[in-house]
Design a protein around this ligand. Structure first.
Ligand SMILES: Cc1cc2nc3c(=O)[nH]c(=O)nc-3n(C[C@H](O)[C@H](O)[C@H](O)COP(=O)(O)OP(=O)(O)OC[C@H]3O[C@@H](n4cnc5c(N)ncnc54)[C@H](O)[C@@H]3O)c2cc1C
Length: 371
């Protein structure tokens, strides 16, 4: 059994754990990262304001200044004059971060899952099968428990050769509602990303009170493919897949130390988008504030309030989401929509958004905190 002390210990080698390690190492701090190598395929998408430089150019799969939403009776297209929608290769980003960190003399890597962690006196003790570490600061990115009012965003995506799809998409369909709704207490849609000229990601997604079997989401993605290819489905069409389940709402950290990433509320409650929240948390990371920025919600009070109301409405009646997204996407320009999704919006923008929404369910949600 190895026993040693590290000033900073980070648990979990997902994107948050690795990015936090990089921030700390760049500040000259000594860091130990504990957890299995995270090889999961993750296509991470986010809007970026054109004025802000991308930090991840090496991992950019594609970038678009248009995106659209398909409803049963209309298609809503958005143009981004100020914002781009970008897809990053999360798997290659994690690999590059592991490599960069391994070259730092201040970095130690323990490639084992954590069995136990606890606070003792003014520090922490973390145990794996072969090591016991003590740490002054402990940051933990292991998945949190979802709060009792939190919705789940669950998705299963298949990546297929673009040639199988009849309509040649040159930009993403962020929400396609053309397949019938099929799950109780869930809003289901398909998300289609033309990753490259050769490959397209088709992802079945739900905003729901509880999860469904991943196989049901996979079948939904296949149904979209069959409807849009005119060919019979063949397993050989699937090049690879990716899946996940993100919190929409509060999370409850389960472990000792400072929660980080998804465990500290980096996922935007109304959408599950998590990368921009994590970037905000890390950009505010300072030793002086006791690292509290990584454990605080990165979203503004205005967006937190709007998200809470939105989630109350959606939780009560998930399929009302169809009407809400139809109204919201037709009432807002591409830039205003992207601004809202990235928490770059003013009170006037918020009022403009509110005027697009169906009144009765929202008034009820504002007046009554019904669960
Ligand atoms: C397939 C997929 C697609 C996504 N797409 C988007 C997107 O388009 N846009 C967006 O903004 N966000 C997206 N996300 C969210 C994305 O997860 C986050 O942006 C980012 O991964 C932050 O996650 P995290 O590191 O906080 O948590 P996680 O990714 O959940 O990482 C937690 C880590 O903890 C590790 N762990 C678990 N148990 C232990 C243990 N006992 N000991 C040590 N380590 C442990 C796991 O191995 C994992 O590496 C996506 C997520 C997935 C999975």
């Amino acid at each position: 059994m190895n026993t040693f002390h590290s000033k900073n210990v980070v648990v979990g080698a997902g994107i948050s754990g690795l990015m936090l390690c990089e921030s700390l190492v760049n500040r000259g701090e000594e860091v130990t990262l504990i957890g299995p190598v995270d090889n999961r395929v993750q296509t991470i998408c986010t809007w970026r304001h054109k004025d802000k430089p991308t930090q991840y150019a090496d991992h950019l799969i594609n970038s678009w200044d248009q995106w659209e939403f398909s409803f049963s009776n209309h298609v809503q297209k958005h143009h981004g004059n100020e914002f781009l929608y970008e897809a990053l290769n999360g798997q290659s980003l994690k690999k590059a971060l592991e490599l960069r960190l391994s070259e730092s003399k201040n970095f130690t890597r323990v490639v084992e899952p954590v069995d136990r962690s606890k606070a003792i006196n003014s520090c922490f003790e973390v145990t794996t099968k072969n090591s016991t570490l003590t740490a002054t600061n402990l940051f933990d990115s292991r998945p949190p428990q979802f709060g009792s009012n939190t919705l789940v965003q669950q998705f299963f995506g298949i990546v297929v050769p673009t040639r199988h799809i009849k309509e040649k998409l040159t930009y993403p369909k962020l929400m396609d509602f053309t397949l019938p709704q099929r799950f109780d207490d869930a809003l289901a849609f398909t998300y289609i990303l033309p990753l490259t000229a050769e490959t397209t990601l088709i992802e079945a997604t739900i905003f729901a009170r509880t999860t469904v079997p991943y196989g049901a989401l996979r079948n939904m993605a296949i149904e979209w493919l069959v409807n849009n290819s005119g060919e019979d489905f063949d397993e050989d069409m699937v090049l690879y897949d990716e899946s996940g389940c993100l919190p929409m709402g509060n999370v409850v950290p389960l472990f000792a130390g400072n929660p980080i990433g998804l465990a500290s509320g980096s996922a935007r409650p109304c959408s599950g988008y998590a990368l921009s929240g994590l970037q905000r948390q890390l950009s505010e990371l300072t030793q002086e504030n006791g690292y509290s920025s990584v454990t605080c919600s990165p979203y503004s009070k205005l967006s937190a309030w709007m998200d809470r109301i939105f989630l109350r409405v959606l939780k009560r009646e998930p399929q009302l989401g169809l009407t809400i997204f139809a109204a919201m996407t037709s009432g807002l320009s591409g830039d205003r929509f992207a601004g809202f999704m990235t928490d770059n919006f003013s009170t006037v923008d918020a009022l403009r958004l509110i005027t697009t929404l169906p009144k009765y369910p929202f008034i009820r949600a504002v007046l009554k905190n019904d669960h």
